[in-house]
Design a protein around this ligand. Structure first.
Ligand code: CDP
Length: 227
């Protein structure tokens, strides 16, 4: 059984997670959401009442109290654990977390702290890892790198269709503004900004189904041969 290392990056709501999950299933590997790691740190920071926007030192100090890691929960399935307890997906996808996650993710101490946790997942076998800096920083040696993008309107429509992720009463325009702001912070931060790796294949996915995008990636990987 070949072992593949596949990096998928791209801006908010570009369909990365759905596509990465499909690709992992097709190739018999593990889907790794790195956004959930940043979301989990953000969620705990909010739970503990930290002023995430104005008190980066408090967020950095929080890290020493956390044990955050992925564990294998079943064939091809990872579960995120925080201090030994499984983390439920819903709070991570809340509008409150979405509003602050880019502020947490721009802190160099948070990124450094999460770096090895992401790389460690490669020991599991085939991984399809999805995020913002996987091809550039976390797995620069990955032989397969993809950068998924889509127009702001398409991405806003996709996000609006995902229940629970946007505040009540949201419109395509308001969601587009929120994800544009997150992309602005992600692209302009000093450490590991959102960027396509020089050797990544960029896919503009407007009008494509997740299945079609995944099929494209799987074909490219299989055509690339044994890594
Ligand atoms: O699902 P969506 O595309 O909205 O976001 P996500 O992948 O869950 O990532 C949430 C946020 O975490 C991003 O907006 C980034 O601020 C941060 N992130 C990052 O900085 N680096 C990564 N490798 C993954 C996520």
């Amino acid at each position: 059984m070949p072992v593949w290392k596949i990096a998928i990056d791209g801006p908010a709501a570009s369909g990365k997670s759905t596509v990465a999950r499909l690709v992992a299933t097709r190739l018999g590997g593990f889907y790794v959401s790195t956004g959930d790691l940043y979301r989990a740190v953000s969620w705990v920071a909010l739970e503990r009442g930290l002023d995430v926007a104005n008190d980066p030192a408090a967020v950095t100090a929080l890290l020493a109290t956390l044990d955050l890691r992925y564990g294998v929960a079943g064939p091809g399935r990872l579960q995120l654990y925080l201090n030994g307890e499984p983390v439920a997906p819903e709070p991570l996808r809340s509008a409150a977390v979405a509003a602050v996650v880019s502020l947490v993710a721009r802190l160099p101490a948070v990124r450094a702290w999460l770096c090895d946790r992401q790389r460690d997942c490669c020991a599991l076998g085939t991984v399809v890892m999805e995020g913002r800096d996987i091809g550039t920083v976390i797995l620069p040696d990955a032989p397969f790198k993809f950068f998924l993008t889509a127009s702001p309107e398409e991405r806003a429509r996709r996000r609006l269709a995902q229940p629970g992720e946007v505040p009540p009463g949201s419109t395509v325009a308001s969601v587009a503004a929120q994800i544009a702001e997150r992309d602005r912070i992600d692209s302009s931060r000093a450490v590991a900004p959102l960027r396509a790796a020089a050797d990544a294949a960029t896919l503009v996915t407007d009008g494509m189904t997740p299945e079609a995008i995944a099929e494209h990636i799987v074909r490219a990987v299989l055509a690339g041969g044994q890594p």
